[in-house]
Design a protein around this ligand. Structure first.
Ligand code: NAG
Ligand code: NAG
Ligand code: NAG
Ligand code: NAG
Ligand code: NAG
Ligand code: NAG
Ligand code: NAG
Ligand code: NAG
Ligand code: NAG
Length: 826
């Protein structure tokens, strides 16, 4: 049998691995040109990102333990300034923002922590992590040599470092923190700030180091970082990266193992083969630390997603999915890869640089050897063209564990949100105010209302010409709804786009009302403080008889937010604040409505999601917790057909969800739910009614896998003997299956070794099928939490069809032996 290796690695080692203990005795962290030195020893470290506010504290232990099991040494997180200091001087380190608790949990699991303070973090997080009040600091300019900014930044960074020190969380105190980051990808925008950019970068570095944290600091994407800061690489590939000094180790702070998603876009995936290739090649070429961005992405709860227009899910196609479930085969394959790298670790750290051996035009090996006692080699085939094509959609598990659908269908209550001004907090100003200057981001919504006088002359002019006047706005972001005399007239969305909306006006006074809306504040780029939102330039009525009517400097009345939002009618203790009216099933659809009801959920620990694909756009709360924004925008119909993982990955390759809503399901954390009487409140902007909203969970979990004979060989097939690398040709690839959360494999729904067709939940036999398929798989897996099956003719009772590449496709059900989840109608 011939194995065609797309990415390869292997290792043999004569030393046992170093396992981190359950608690730390104090140790120092330093580095040299080869690696980070932890407690005096060079280490090859595998790190993974988990952003604590993108999960609930109740799930942190499970996520950390799944990370450890997946072979991580380090958990990485950003620090979210706007979450910790929502109002200037008022700090929040509670709940999802309990950073100390998160760091301690990481430490007690025996993992290290890499804290990226920023405090600019980008992260597809609202305003890149900056509190919106920062814009109002007099004279402020962000991320440049500007005193007001530097004072605020230093105050917050010091606050975090001091807090970590007070809690004894640094390594030299016996805590897990081994490394810190200041700023974030500043090198990408530094040139926009001229020489002040360089001055600021140097200041940030010096300020950080001056805080005496006692562990190394890094700056990512900062090729001119000073000597005492490690410059690191972010990207899909960092094997050719070199730090700016040979005294610094080669580090990869963000290995993008997926990508973020925008409303109305397809959903990106990064194939595991490509990630594994990139990681192996990074270590092969002298890399010493790599961090998956993200290992668990999670959820942008509330209004925390950045923008413009990033969706509520931050799943990121990460090895642990948004719901905390293992994403297979990604998690498992990377776990194998990590085990291999760990086997190599002693050899990798023993030499300063590997020996390079060219094996062919596009094949190469890197051998790490200290003259026989340890040895390790990475083989790579970097030929993009001569390789087996793997169908990614077949190859990936198409994860459909969501089998129960309950409609939240009866007894919805309704409250109509007023159009325009609704309270005494309205005010009038002559001219157009900038959106964020008015809202301070307390709400996505800002109403603008003015009154335009239309003469008889204009009316007859339009009648004669069968024309309408057009409301034009020079530039707008992110979304505007236009109302004339209380009637919805049109909308526009985009980032600084021109709006031209034909309107129907009557003789005399006409009320023009605009609802300006942000959908996640800009989180990337230079000059964020000047970005703003809402309207820019002139606003006028064109196509009038006597020239344009310029309404820019009219008297405008402003109203921040929605009435329901400000009355907090989504809160659990607010029953009675407003009069909800029952929504009849044949109710006439109206826009801008609040809907409310109560629902039950099945017991258990299975994740729960709300299916909002029947709705339009809005926000949703459950038991007072803000689940997030929702928006049912469909992705373009095309672009999902192919995924060739050979060659450089980019986020347009390997996408799914063509022609479907970008996001349909919204995660409700279990800890926010009780068995019955959960309050759900929805604000819906369009005419959609809530009767089709459903709750998803799953009684049984379905797992699927598909592995071919020509899949890469397993770890144990490789041997290095006296400097010679060999592949055991008889060692077959393996399929690994595993149920989540202690569940066991209860039944085999499909198994075929041969040429099976279809994908998960829709497999079917092909022309070639080994009769033993089901019995072999059953014997290996039933009743177990996890199992491995060898993909070989021998394992399946002989070759079912000679000369054909065989594949094993399997679909299994997991169930818990104890309680079986059930469902109830709501
Ligand atoms: C760490 O380094 C400091 C300064 O060199 C030294 O005083 C301290 O003893 C070291 N701690 C450990 C645990 O090695
Ligand atoms: C291996 O042996 C050679 C020759 O004895 C020596 O120069 C070299 O430093 C050794 N390498 C290591 C890593 O010990
Ligand atoms: C707008 O504010 C003014 C002044 O505070 C108040 O008199 C008026 O009633 C408010 N409008 C609405 C609709 O609440
Ligand atoms: C926002 O308000 C500040 C003063 O608070 C002002 O300097 C700035 O020009 C305003 N921005 C816009 C776009 O109007
Ligand atoms: C509209 O009015 C504003 C304020 O008076 C003025 O600055 C602007 O030039 C006018 N725009 C047009 C197109 O006349
Ligand atoms: C909410 O208030 C109404 C009217 O006071 C009452 O009938 C209803 O039971 C209350 N619902 C809950 C869940 O408290
Ligand atoms: C290892 O290889 C070298 C050179 O090929 C050979 O001289 C030596 O005997 C080999 N050692 C063993 C233990 O096989
Ligand atoms: C090669 O792999 C097969 C199957 O795993 C195993 O039985 C055999 O012992 C291996 N051979 C060597 C030389 O390691
Ligand atoms: C199931 O697979 C068959 C072919 O194997 C295909 O034609 C059909 O579209 C698939 N159905 C679904 C729902 O994917």
């Amino acid at each position: 049998m011939e194995f065609k290796l797309q990415w390869g690695l292997l290792a043999l080692i004569l030393q046992s691995l170093i396992v981190a203990g359950e608690c730390f005795t104090p140790f120092n962290v330093t580095y040299d040109g080869r690696a980070i030195i932890v407690g005096g020893e060079r280490r090859m470290l595998i790190s993974g990102g988990i952003h604590y506010p993108r999960a609930t504290p109740q799930t942190w232990p499970d996520l950390i333990s799944k990370s450890k099991e997946g072979g991580l040494d380090v958990i990485e997180t950003y620090v979210f300034w706007n979450g910790h200091e929502p109002v200037k001087g008022q700090y929040n380190f509670e709940g999802r923002y309990d950073l100390v608790k998160f760091v301690k949990l990481v430490g007690s699991s025996g993992l290290y922590l890499f804290l990226r303070i920023g405090p600019y973090v980008c992260a597809e997080w609202n305003f890149g992590g900056f509190p919106v009040w920062l814009r109002d600091v007099p004279g402020i300019e962000f991320r440049t040599d500007n005193t007001p900014f530097k004072e605020e930044m230093q105050r917050f960074v010091k606050k975090i470092v001091d807090l970590m020190r007070e809690e004894s969380l640094f390594s030299w105190q016996g805590g897990p923190i081994i490394m810190l980051q200041i700023e974030n990808e500043y090198g990408n925008i530094q040139n926009s700030y001229g020489s002040k950019g360089k001055d600021y970068m140097r200041w940030a570095a010096e300020m950080a180091v001056g805080l005496d944290a006692g562990v190394p600091w890094v700056m990512c994407q900062q090729t001119d970082a000073p000597d005492y800061i490690i410059d690191t690489c972010n990207g899909y590939y960092c094997d050719s990266f070199k730090p700016n000094s040979n005294k610094k180790p080669k580090m990869w702070t963000e290995n993008w193992d997926g990508w973020y998603t925008v409303w109305g876009d397809r959903v990106p995936h990064r194939p595991t083969e490509d990630i594994a290739f990139a990681v192996a090649r990074f270590f092969q070429r002298g890399g010493s630390f790599q961090n998956y961005y993200m290992y668990f992405g999670g959820t942008n709860f509330g209004r925390t997603s950045g923008g413009p227009n990033y969706i509520t899910s931050y799943d990121y196609d990460a090895p642990i999915d948004e719901y905390g479930l293992l994403r297979q085969p990604k998690w498992g394959h990377l776990k194998d890869l990590h085990a291999a790298i760990k086997l190599c670790e002693p050899a990798l750290v023993a030499v300063d640089s590997p020996q390079y051996i060219k094996l062919g035009p596009k094949q190469e090996a890197y051998v790490y050897s200290d003259n026989g006692s340890k040895c390790s080699a990475f083989l790579a085939n970097i030929d993009e063209h001569n390789s087996v094509t793997v169908n990614f959609r077949k190859h990936a598990y198409t994860l459909p564990p969501w089998s129960v659908i309950d409609y939240i269908s009866k007894n919805w209550n309704h409250f109509k949100e007023p159009i325009g001004v609704w309270s005494d907090s309205n005010f009038t100003y002559q001219g157009i105010l900038e959106h964020l200057n008015v809202t301070k981001d307390q709400s996505d919504y800002l109403w603008y209302t003015t009154r335009i006088y239309i003469s008889n002359e204009d009316i007859s002019f339009w009648e004669q010409n069968k024309a309408s006047p057009v409301l034009t706005i020079d530039s707008m972001r992110d979304l505007v709804y236009i109302f004339v005399n209380g009637q919805f007239t049109g909308s526009a969305k985009g980032k600084w786009v021109k709006v031209s909306q034909p309107v129907k006006l009557i003789k005399g006074y006409n009320d023009v009302t605009l609802l300006s809306q942000t959908v996640g504040l800009q989180n990337y780029g230079a000059f964020l403080e000047m970005d703003g939102a809402g309207f820019r330039g002139q606003m006028k009525l064109t196509g009038c008889k006597n020239g344009d009517i310029n309404i820019t400097e009219y008297m405008w009345t402003y109203q921040v937010g929605l009435k329901g939002e400000f009355l907090k009618i989504y809160a659990v203790d607010k029953n009675g604040t407003i009069e909800w009216t029952e929504l009849p099933s044949d109710a006439i659809a109206t826009i801008f409505s609040w809907y409310q009801t109560y629902f039950d959920v099945p017991d258990g620990s299975d994740p729960v999601a709300l299916d909002l694909s029947s709705m339009g756009k809005g926000q949703v709360w459950v038991n007072g917790h803000h689940i997030g924004r929702y928006w049912t925008l469909n992705a373009p119909k095309d672009g999902c057909q192919t995924c060739d993982y050979r060659g450089a990955y980019d986020s347009d390759k390997c996408v799914t969800n063509c022609g479907l809503p970008t996001q349909s399901w919204y995660h409700i954390p279990r800890s926010w739910l009780q068995a019955s009487g959960n309050l759900i409140v929805i604000f819906e902007e369009t005419e959609k009614k809530p009767f089709e909203i459903s709750i998803k969970s799953h009684i049984t979990e379905t797992i699927c896998a598909q592995v071919s004979e020509n899949h890469y060989p397993p770890l144990h097939a490789w041997k290095i003997n006296n400097g010679t690398i060999s592949l055991n040709q008889t060692a077959a690839p393996e399929m690994h299956m595993r149920c989540d959360d202690g569940n066991t494999i209860s039944s085999i729904k499909f198994a075929s070794y041969g040429t099976p067709k279809g994908s998960c939940q829709n497999f079917s036999r092909g022309n070639c099928h080994a009769p033993d398929s089901i019995s072999v798989v059953s014997q290996a897996c039933i009743g177990k939490q996890s199992c491995s099956i060898s993909i070989s003719n021998a394992a399946f009772g002989g070759d079912p069809c000679r000369g054909v590449v065989k594949t094993l496709s399997v679909e299994m059900e997991c169930s818990s032996s104890s309680s079986s989840s059930s469902s109830q109608m709501i």
